[in-house]
Design a protein around this ligand. Structure first.
Ligand SMILES: *Cc1c(COP(=O)(O)O)cnc(C)c1O
Length: 502
């Protein structure tokens, strides 16, 4: 339902049956209820007698007074306003918004998985343990590492756990060291995680070709540096070509190499970071391995390590003892627990299902097609939007507003205008090393037809920037709301709606 031909008009069925939904407090009427139950035979207790007066409220809570139908319509309509990967292309760079196959959901909802209690005895959860054991193993094999933990709930938490292991390793040698090297193209979570682990961040400048040079690392690496955190492919969508050389420089000074592997969409089945000298990396199962992502829901930042860090993995790990699977808590050097129970188990079932469904050859094709799609978009739009680094990219490419700025149009305007064409805006103003960045990751799950429609829309927007920039600067025109005051929304959030006539 995108509006390439007539962008200024609403698309088919877009307006007529979409309702201007009020807040739930504006629905309903005083005294209206969502249920009716028979009179309770047991007399109600007097709260004043049962509960400390200081704890009792003096006014009725501000709750909406609505019927069941009011509630159902309200939330169903709101859900229909949602834009998601199930409704259209979401080209968010560094987020891997790929389609999540429905078979994952089918398997995750099997009652044997969904009804498990996390404290059930080991003998009753052999299937779940077996699944986790194999998933740990698959992730280690895919990345060329020796062992893995599935506990962290997000990429950033995986980074934190990985750095704690690096710290524990150095501490065991007698000195936890003070610094971590991080290139300026890193994801913002990297310096944050290093700081949270008590390390001082030393920022390394990306070279003119968009990759980190071995010289930059050699100049900064010393014996007070615990290691380097490097994203490969980096956030410019480029492969870090000097990875092996950089790893050697770091190892020679006793440091360790952390790889941010949140986005493995260009590497799975093609290259293993373990072969490039990496000692520890986290995966985002909610990116590469198709578990639901976004909205801050449960994720999984599984971490794989080389032998040198294996003793420090969080407890418990899942092990095989003969025919049986078991938790291993007997790990004296472990950094401890990083998440309640064993991580977000439902996500592990989905990622396992995906890996089994794809197989080795399927995963290889994921990378090949993700890279092909990204380069198709890059080549198709290179005359319309400036590319900070014009070379072949990996799974994503980074444009900028350098051309459009001449017409007074910015990246933010272009992003807003994309909504009029039926596309979710991409990641913008990130990575920071590209001014006015517009980072596009279409992933392998989009068909050539979808990509062509997207490219056509982007070309049309580029034309508008030249010929009618005012249209772009006033965008969006079609969605329910126009430009929002994002600063006000962030600084003065409205948590509670106070009804006008309570
Ligand atoms: C998404 C991402 C992260 C953070 O992952 P969360 O699950 O959001 O914490 C870290 N690094 C890179 C490169 C990412 O793309």
């Amino acid at each position: 339902m995108n509006m390439i031909d007539k962008p200024k008009k609403a698309g088919p069925g877009k307006r007529g049956m979409i309702f201007a939904e009020p807040t739930i407090f504006e629905r309903g009427a005083p005294g209206r209820q969502g249920y009716s139950l028979p009179e309770d035979e047991i007399p109600a207790a007097d709260p004043a007698k049962e509960i400390d007066a200081a704890l009792l409220r003096h006014e009725a809570p501000l709750l909406p007074e609505v019927s069941e139908l009011d509630v159902v319509r309200h939330f169903t309509r709101l859900s229909q306003w949602n834009y998601s990967i199930d409704t259209g292309l979401t080209p968010l760079g560094s987020c891997t918004m790929k389609y999540n196959p429905k078979v994952n959901e089918e398997v995750a909802r099997m009652s044997g998985f969904v009804k498990l209690h996390p404290q059930a005895p080991v003998a009753d959860i052999q299937g779940a343990l077996e699944l986790m054991f194999h998933l740990q193993h698959y992730l280690a094999v895919i990345s060329g590492m020796d062992a893995a933990t599935l506990q962290p709930a997000a990429g950033a938490q995986g980074e934190f756990a990985g750095l704690l292991m690096i710290r524990a390793h150095h501490a065991a040698q007698g000195n936890p060291r003070k610094k971590i090297l991080i290139p300026d193209s890193a994801h913002g979570t990297n310096p944050a995680s290093a700081a949270a682990c008590g390390y001082k961040v030393v920022t390394l400048k990306t070279g003119p070709d968009g990759v980190l040079s071995a010289d930059a690392v050699a100049a900064a690496m010393d014996e007070e540096t615990a290691g380097i955190m490097i994203t490969n492919p980096n956030t410019l969508g480029l492969f870090e070509t000097h990875m092996a050389e950089i790893a050697k420089l770091v190892h020679d000074k006793g440091g360790l190499v952390y790889c941010d592997g949140a986005n493995q969409n260009a590497l799975v089945g093609m290259a293993r970071v373990g072969d490039m000298g990496v000692d520890v990396l986290h995966f985002n199962l909610h990116k590469t391995f198709t578990t639901p992502h976004g909205g801050g829901g449960p994720g999984s930042g599984a971490v794989a390590v080389k032998k040198v860090l294996e003793p420090y993995l969080p407890v418990p790990t899942v092990v095989r003892r003969g025919e049986h699977f078991d938790w291993d808590y007997d790990r004296p050097k472990s950094i401890g627990k990083v998440k309640a129970f064993f991580g977000n188990f439902g996500m592990l079932v989905r990622a396992y299902t995906y890996i089994r469904e794809m197989g080795a050859e399927g995963l290889r094709q994921v990378s090949q097609r993700a890279v092909l799609n990204a380069n198709y978009v890059r080549k198709s739009l290179e005359a319309d939007f400036h590319l900070a680094y014009p070379q072949v990219c990996m799974h994503e490419c980074v444009f900028s507003d350098k051309i459009q700025k001449k017409f007074g149009v910015t990246t933010a305007d272009i992003a807003k205008r994309m909504m009029d064409y039926g596309y979710h805006p991409p990641t913008i103003y990130f990575p920071l090393v590209v001014p006015g960045a517009l980072m596009v990751e279409t992933t392998e799950t989009e068909s050539p037809q979808t990509l062509d429609r997207f490219i056509k829309a982007m070309k049309e927007i580029a034309r508008e920037c030249r010929e009618e920039p005012e249209t772009v600067k006033a965008a969006p025109h079609v969605p329910k709301v126009r430009r929002l005051d994002e600063v006000k929304a962030a600084k003065e959030p409205k948590f509670v709606y106070v009804p006008k006539n309570p």
